[in-house]
Design a protein around this ligand. Structure first.
Ligand SMILES: O=C(O)CCC(=O)N[C@@H](CCC(=O)O)C(=O)O
Ligand SMILES: [Zn+2]
Length: 340
């Protein structure tokens, strides 16, 4: 594998039939590699002493290329033994056919399929089942299953980029924790990645990060790293600290983190989750308004047939507005500043 002229990702995208499921081999530095299925690969060090189980997913939306490029480089560095992992690491490149057509998805948004649904009527539904199976295999075979979030050594960063510009360029969605404590250690790590804005989700969702957080007690996050760009057009300089910290996460027992009081965190509660219910759904602000733009209380933000959605507080800000989603799906989040 280390002499393969094309990357694991390129092989997965362009000749998935050549990826042998569950094929294991060893690198000369003692790391065990398993190609689980197209787009899914794991690395396990010889010594599992104090090892974390780290899941890095990218490309769950096929056109969000910066995280895919970051993870592809990490996978190749591991395979070529330029870096050596100290932890169990799984990389998932989510929606391979969508990457090949440069779209968010082919038939259905993969990041709305991580719930109890068992349909397998289209390729994204099939992929969601496959990814859930692989994630289960990965986390169920680590040595000590955590009893709660607080003592968990399981981490999942689901890496994305946003459709719009954002006033706060890098941010995370912290999935609903059902009363568990937010992890200060995680906030310090994210801040070291230049991710200083945190949205606290207040309800269950069908996203990948909520799924692993809820079912496997991971420190799970949806991480937004900037704006969507085609392959090759990302300004990789703006991901220097992301790269550096992900490399440290994998290669060091513990990454070097800033103290919490030096992390300039900007924290928001999700105030409204606005779903689209009719084909008349309409947003009442311009397409070029960036994420995190705030509106005065009472401002009309969206209408859905006769139903009106207004800002409920002063400076309530919009995130992820998208009138083009399928019926029943989230078309807009609003958020308000809070303390953590
Ligand atoms: O920019 C947008 O409108 C979407 C960017 C994106 O894909 N965001 C994720 C967020 C998932 C979460 O809420 O945890 C998504 O919509 O799937
Ligand atoms: Zn995305």
């Amino acid at each position: 594998m280390s002499t393969n002229p094309i990357s694991f990702l390129a092989q997965s995208r362009f000749s998935p039939e050549t990826i042998q499921a569950q094929q294991r081999f060893q690198l000369s530095n003692g790391t065990t590699v398993e190609t689980c299925c197209p787009g899914v690969i794991t690395f396990e060090p010889a010594s599992l002493h104090a090892a974390k189980s780290i899941l890095l997913s990218s490309g769950v939306h096929g056109n969000e290329t910066a995280p895919i490029e970051i993870c592809e480089a990490l996978v190749e560095d591991l395979l070529q033994e330029k870096i050596k992992t100290q932890h169990r690491v799984m990389f998932i490149f989510g929606n391979l056919p969508a990457m090949n057509i440069g779209e968010r998805f082919v038939e259905e948004n993969l990041n709305r399929l991580f719930n109890a649904s068992v349909s397998i009527d289209n390729q994204e539904q099939v992929r969601a089942q496959e990814l859930k199976r692989e994630v289960h295999r990965f986390f169920e075979s680590d040595s000590a299953a955590p009893s709660s979030h607080s003592d968990s050594k399981r981490i999942h960063y689901d890496l994305h980029t946003a459709i719009r510009e954002s006033k706060n360029e890098k941010f995370v969605v912290y999935p609903f924790l059902h009363g568990h404590e937010y992890s200060k250690q995680q906030l310090r790590f994210l801040s070291a990645c230049d991710v200083n804005t945190v949205l606290l989700s207040q309800s269950p969702t069908s996203t990948f990060s909520y799924y692993t957080s809820r079912n496997y007690n991971t420190h799970g996050f949806t991480v937004e790293l900037g704006k969507v760009k085609p392959f090759g057009e990302n300004n990789m300089a703006s991901f220097r600290n992301v790269n550096e910290m992900l490399t440290q996460l994998i290669t060091r027992q513990e990454p070097i983190l800033p103290p919490l009081d030096e992390c300039p965190l900007d924290v928001f509660d999700v105030k409204q989750v606005i779903d689209k219910h009719t084909d008349d759904f309409k947003l009442h602000f311009a397409d070029n308004i960036p994420n995190f733009t705030g509106f005065p209380k009472g401002t009309l933000l969206a209408t859905d047939g006769d139903k009106e959605y207004r800002a409920l507080e002063n400076d309530e800000a919009i995130v992820f507005p998208n009138a083009n989603v399928a019926l029943g799906q989230r078309a807009l989040l609003t958020v308000v500043r809070c303390e953590i």
